[in-house]
Design a protein around this ligand. Structure first.
Ligand SMILES: [Zn+2]
Length: 760
C-alpha cells in the first residue's frame, strides 16, 4: 500500500476528536440583549455574582442574605414564596435546621407537578458557592423568569424548591420530601448541581425503576446538547450517592433528572468556587437543558413516568441522544459474534487470513494493553512521589491534571505505535483479528456485568465493517475507513478524559487502557501507516511537552492555591492545647505553628472529629492555653424505665460556634436530638462512635434524649468547633497568603474544644 494518505487521515481523526468535545456543549457569547422570553446566560450570571459574594454555609451571616435574595428575585417575578423550616438528621445523623424556599406556578390541569430544584447553601466554611450551587439557583431563576415572560399557562403546576443544608446532610430535601404536603404532588424533579466549576453538564437519571419512559420523554423534550450515557448511569447506581435527588427517590419514590458538571474539580467546595472561575459555557449548558425541559414537562402528563424496562443510551455529535432497549443487548452481541465468524471464514477462503499471522497479531495487542495498564496504574503514585505537595489536594485532581491526562494519552499512543511498528510485517487483515476478538470479549463482559456500557458494541460493529472492507479490497478507500472509525472516536474519546476528571487522577489507568482500546479500533487506518515509528516519536515528544508544562505548573500560585489547614485544639480534660493540621506537605503559613516542634499525633487522630475523607491530623504541636469557654452540659432528666435508663442532656455553647459532634462508645438504644429521632439503622452501625453532628445556627443548644441499658454509665465526648481561628480576638494568626486556600472537606480554621462528660 503505497499511497495511503496518512497525514490527511490522521488530521481527520484529530478533527473528529475535537468535534466530539466541541459539539457537546454550547459556546458562550454575550446575550444580555436576548428577548425577555429567552434564557440569557448573562442574566443568569448576574444571579451567580450576587449569590456568591460571601461564603454562605448554614450558620454563616451571608446565608440569610442569600435566602432573602432568592426570595426577592422570585417575588419580583410576581410569584408568591413560602418558607419551610425545621430540624432533620438524615441517614447519617447530620443534624441541622434547614430553611427551604418555595414558590408555585399554577397549572391548568390537575396532574402531577414538575419540581425545579437546586440548593442555596454553600459548603462550610470557605466556599463562595458560585458553581455549587449558585449556578443551579441562577439557572432556575433565569429559566422561570423567561418562562413566565411568555405568558403561557402550563398544564402542570411548577414548583420551585431551593433547598437548604444540602452540603451538610441533604437536610432541606429531607425536610421537603418527608414533611411538606406538596411533596406528594410531585411527578418529576429537575435538579441542577455542580461538583466542579466547568465542563459539560451530565444528565443523570434517578429512578427506583427502569429508565425507559424517562429517556423517551427526555428525548422528546429535545435539549440541544444532551450529554448522557447509560455507562455513567450504571456506575452512578452502584456508588453511594448523595444529592438532593437521592432523597426524592429513596423517601418519595419521585423520579428525577440531575444536571451536574464535574470538570475543574479542584475548585469544588473551596474558596475558589467563585463567580470568576465558573465557566460561562457550562452555565449556558445548564440553561440549554432547563428551557426545553421546562416547556416539555410542564405540558406532559407526569403521572406515568415509571417503567420496568431500561434503555441503553449515549450521546454522539449530530445524532444527539441515541437509545435502544436493554432487550437488544444480547441479540446485538450475538450478531457481532456471528459476523466475526462469517468474516473469518470469508477471509480464510480468500486467503487473506492466516492462522499464524493472526496469532502474531495478539502479541502487540497484549503487550500494549499490559504496558499501558501498568503505566496508568502506577502513574498517580509516581506523580505523588515526584510532587509530594499533590497529597494535600484531597480532590485527587491537581491544577495541572488536564496536562497529565493529555500526557498519558500521548504516552499510551506512543507505546501502541511503537509496538505495532515492530509488527509491521503482519498484514492489516491479520492484525485486526485480535482487536475484534478482544472487543467482542469486552462486549460480552459488559453485557453480563455492566449492561449500561453495552453500547460498546456500536464501535465494534463498525470495526467489523472495516474488517469486511479490508478483506475485500487490497486498496480500500481511506475515507471510508475514517468514516467507519467515527463511532469509536465519538463514543470513546469523551470517556478517556471523563474518568480521571470525574474520579481523580488515581483513575489514570482507565485513560491509558481506554486509549489503547480505542487505538485498536483505529487499526484499520493505522495498519496502513508505513511510518508508525515516526508517529511514536511525535507522540513521545508531545508527551514530554505536556509533562514539562505540568512540571512548570506543579507549584502553587494565586490562581491555583495550596490547600492549607490549621486548627487550635483545646482539650479541657487534660487542660492542654495543641496546634493541629491535616496537611501532609506543610506550607510556610502552617509551619509558623507546626514547624520545628511538630509531632505525629498519638491519641488525637484515632477519635478525631470526623471528616469527609476520614483523614486524621497529620501533625500537632504544643500551643499556649487560651481562655475559651467550653459548652455547659446539664443533665435535665435521668430515670429508669423497665430495663432502660433514659437521660436528657442539654449542651449549650458559651461562645459563637458552628458545629458540635458527640461521640460515645456506649450502646445507645434510642436517641433523639432536638426532637429529631436518629434512625435505628444509624444507631446500630455508628462509625467510630459518632452519635451526632449538629451544625449549629444562632448558638442553639443541643438537646439529647438517650435511652441506654439500665446499669450503664454514659460517657460522651464532645467536639465543639467554631470556624473563627483567623478572626478570633484571642488569636493573632496572620492572614493566609494569597496562594493558599483553606483545605476543603476537613474541619478548618477552627477553634476546637474537646470535653468528656460522664453520667454515673
Ligand atoms: Zn451542591
Amino acid at each position: 500500500m503505497k499511497k495511503f494518505p496518512s497525514i490527511i487521515t490522521f488530521l481527520l481523526i484529530l478533527l473528529a476528536i475535537y468535534w466530539s468535545f466541541k459539539s457537546a456543549m454550547p459556546s458562550y457569547e454575550s446575550d444580555i440583549d436576548l428577548p425577555e422570553t429567552s434564557f440569557s446566560t448573562d442574566r443568569a450570571l448576574q444571579h451567580v455574582k450576587n449569590i456568591s459574594q460571601k461564603p454562605h454555609a448554614v450558620g454563616f451571616p451571608a446565608h440569610k442574605e442569600v435566602r432573602q435574595y432568592v426570595v426577592s428575585e422570585l417575588e419580583k417575578m410576581g410569584l408568591e414564596t413560602s418558607i419551610q423550616e425545621g430540624y432533620t438528621g438524615g441517614d447519617w445523623a447530620n443534624l441541622t435546621k434547614a430553611i427551604n424556599i418555595m414558590a408555585r406556578i399554577k397549572g391548568s390541569e390537575k396532574g402531577k407537578a414538575l419540581l425545579l430544584l437546586s440548593h442555596y447553601d454553600s459548603s462550610p466554611h470557605s466556599s463562595f458557592g458560585a458553581s455549587d450551587a449558585g449556578s443551579g439557583v441562577a439557572t432556575i431563576l433565569e429559566g422561570v423568569r423567561a418562562f413566565l415572560a411568555t405568558n403561557t399557562t402550563p398544564k402542570n403546576d411548577i414548583i420551585i424548591l431551593i433547598t437548604d443544608a444540602e452540603e451538610l446532610g441533604l437536610n432541606g430535601a429531607d425536610l421537603f420530601v418527608n414533611k411538606h404536603p406538596w411533596a406528594k404532588e410531585v411527578g418529576l424533579t429537575l435538579n441542577f448541581e455542580a461538583r466542579g466549576s466547568g465542563g459539560p453538564s451530565y444528565m443523570l437519571i434517578e429512578t427506583n425503576g427502569g429508565n425507559s419512559k424517562l429517556i423517551e420523554e427526555f428525548t422528546a423534550a429535545n435539549p440541544k446538547y444532551p450529554v448522557a450515557n447509560s455507562l455513567v448511569y450504571s456506575i452512578y447506581k452502584m456508588l453511594p450517592n448523595d444529592t438532593d435527588l437521592t432523597v426524592f427517590r429513596e423517601d418519595g419514590d419521585i423520579e428525577g433528572f440531575n444536571f451536574a458538571f464535574i470538570d475543574d474539580h479542584y475548585d469544588y467546595h473551596t474558596a475558589q468556587d467563585t463567580y470568576e472561575r465558573l465557566d460561562k459555557k457550562t452555565l449556558a449548558h445548564q440553561g440549554s437543558y432547563l428551557m426545553p425541559l421546562l416547556n416539555h414537562f410542564s405540558a406532559t402528563d407526569l403521572t406515568n413516568l415509571k417503567s420496568d424496562s431500561d434503555y441503553i443510551y449515549f450521546n454522539v455529535p449530530f445524532f444527539g441522544l441515541v437509545s435502544y432497549p436493554f432487550g437488544w443487548i444480547w441479540p446485538m452481541f450475538a450478531l457481532g459474534v456471528l459476523l466475526f465468524i462469517i468474516l473469518l471464514v470469508y477471509g480464510f477462503k480468500k486467503s487473506v487470513l492466516d492462522v499464524k499471522e493472526i496469532l502474531k497479531g495478539f502479541l502487540p495487542l497484549l503487550a500494549s494493553l499490559i504496558i499501558n495498564g501498568l503505566i496508568g496504574y502506577y502513574s498517580w503514585s509516581f506523580l505523588k512521589w515526584c510532587y509530594p505537595q499533590y497529597q494535600d489536594i484531597l480532590h485527587g485532581f491537581t491544577y495541572n491534571g488536564h496536562a497529565y491526562i493529555a500526557a498519558f494519552v500521548l504516552l499510551s499512543i506512543t507505546i501502541c505505535f511503537w509496538i505495532y511498528h515492530k509488527f509491521k510485517k503482519v498484514s492489516t487483515p491479520n492484525i485486526l483479528v485480535a482487536p475484534i476478538f478482544i472487543w467482542l470479549l469486552l462486549c460480552g463482559g459488559v453485557a453480563l456485568k455492566l449492561q449500561g456500557a453495552s453500547f460498546f458494541i456500536v464501535p465494534t460493529m463498525a470495526l467489523l465493517a472495516s474488517f469486511l472492507v479490508i478483506i475485500n479490497q487490497k486498496k480500500p478507500s481511506p475515507y471510508l475507513l475514517v468514516f467507519l472509525a467515527l463511532p469509536a472516536l465519538w463514543i470513546h474519546t469523551p470517556f478517556i478524559k471523563m474518568f480521571p476528571v470525574g474520579l481523580g487522577l488515581k483513575m489514570m489507568v482507565a485513560t491509558t487502557l481506554l486509549t489503547t482500546l480505542t487505538f485498536f479500533l483505529l487499526l484499520p487506518i493505522f495498519g496502513f501507516y508505513k511510518k508508525k515509528n515516526r508517529l511514536a516519536v511525535l507522540s513521545l515528544l508531545l508527551f514530554a511537552g505536556f509533562m514539562i508544562s505540568a512540571h512548570f505548573n506543579s507549584g502553587f500560585s494565586e490562581e491555583s492555591a495550596k490547600p492549607t489547614s490549621l486548627l487550635y485544639v483545646l482539650d479541657t480534660d487534660t487542660n492542654s492545647a495543641k496546634w493541629a493540621t491535616y496537611e501532609k506537605y506543610l506550607s510556610d503559613w502552617t509551619s509558623q505553628y507546626l514547624g520545628d516542634n511538630k509531632s505525629v499525633p498519638e491519641n488525637l487522630s484515632d477519635n478525631t472529629i470526623s471528616s469527609k475523607y476520614s483523614t486524621g491530623f497529620t501533625y500537632v504541636s504544643d500551643a499556649p492555653m487560651k481562655q475559651i469557654m467550653p459548652p455547659t452540659v446539664e443533665k435535665t432528666w435521668d430515670t429508669i424505665i423497665g430495663n432502660n435508663r433514659l437521660l436528657e442532656i442539654c449542651i449549650t455553647p458559651n461562645r459563637n460556634v458552628n458545629r458540635l459532634e458527640v461521640f460515645t462508645s456506649n450502646q445507645i438504644e434510642k436517641a433523639n436530638v432536638n426532637n429529631v429521632p436518629l434512625s435505628d439503622e444509624f444507631l446500630a452501625n455508628r462509625r467510630r462512635g459518632k452519635l451526632v453532628t449538629h451544625y449549629i445556627t444562632d448558638n442553639t443548644p443541643t438537646e439529647l434524649s438517650l435511652t441506654i441499658p439500665k446499669d450503664a454509665v454514659l460517657e460522651l465526648t464532645l467536639y465543639e468547633a467554631s470556624n473563627d481561628l483567623l478572626n478570633n480576638p484571642l488569636f493573632t494568626v496572620p492572614e493566609r497568603p494569597k496562594d493558599n486556600i483553606p483545605m476543603p472537606f476537613v474541619l478548618n480554621d477552627a477553634v476546637l474544644i474537646t470535653k468528656t462528660v460522664k453520667f454515673e
